[in-house]
Design a protein around this ligand. Structure first.
Ligand code: NAG
Ligand code: NAG
Ligand code: NAG
Ligand code: NAG
Length: 187
């Protein structure tokens, strides 16, 4: 009698085990949602007349299926690839919560305003390209915490000004610092 129910029960248990194996680790879920919240804050701050950000859904559990986003195996965002997308508006402090981010590409848009100091929390960042936008103000002191940074391209933002912090110029892995056509000065 019990044999009648056992096979489906066993099947159900095996299915659940398989689902558990295929799903991203539970420990990553909360951070994946934090990434979603951060990127939605960016989307809301930007004007996107050509609808490049149409797949960015605030209800997503993670951002990994979105256009122009790449994730690691834990469901954390590693790449934001939005060069030449006709975007205008400002960067947001929430970007500092994308703590697995390695590549931030927003070159050749019309982004204005300043760098949020919170970007200095991106301790895994390898490359930031915000060249050819309309950014203004200084490079924040906090960028001196970007210990993995190799490429910092902020050229062609004439509104950028001030002295670049010494801690940025001396970052241990920095290979390229492009400040052409800005009013930034070396320390
Ligand atoms: C960029 O957006 C503006 C509207 O803000 C539109 O008029 C223009 O055609 C767009 N340019 C491209 C290259 O898509
Ligand atoms: C993300 O960043 C913002 C601004 O820096 C902050 O207010 C927010 O509490 C952070 N954390 C989460 C989980 O969104
Ligand atoms: C940059 O911003 C200034 C002032 O906000 C504006 O006059 C200028 O046209 C902008 N330039 C570009 C390339 O968007
Ligand atoms: C800045 O511009 C000069 C002259 O156009 C060029 O030679 C140099 O390679 C540029 N710097 C970088 C870091 O690309």
């Amino acid at each position: 009698m019990t044999m009648m129910t056992s096979p489906p029960t066993l099947f159900a248990i095996l299915s659940l085990a398989l689902i558990a194996l295929l799903a991203p680790p539970t420990s990553g879920d909360e951070s994946s949602r934090t990434d979603v919240v951060a990127l939605i804050a960016l989307k809301q701050s930007l004007s996107d007349p050509d609808h490049y950000l149409a797949t960015w859904d605030p209800n997503s559990a993670h951002a990994c299926g979105w256009d122009y986003i790449t994730c690691d195996i834990f469901g954390r965002v590693t790449t934001v690839d939005l060069g030449v997308k006709n975007l205008s508006g400002e960067l947001v402090p929430q970007l500092g919560n994308l703590t697995a981010l390695q590549y931030l590409d927003l070159y050749s848009n019309s982004i204005r305003g300043g760098f949020p100091p919170e970007l200095g929390r991106l301790s895994n960042l390898i490359a930031m390209d915000l060249s050819n936008n309309n950014l203004s103000g200084p490079i924040p002191e906090s960028f001196g915490n970007l210990v993995e940074l190799e490429y910092l391209r902020v050229n062609d933002n004439p509104g950028l000004e001030g002295v670049i912090p010494l801690a940025v110029v001396t970052l241990p892995n920095l290979l390229v610092l492009d400040i052409n056509n800005t009013h930034l000065r070396l320390p």
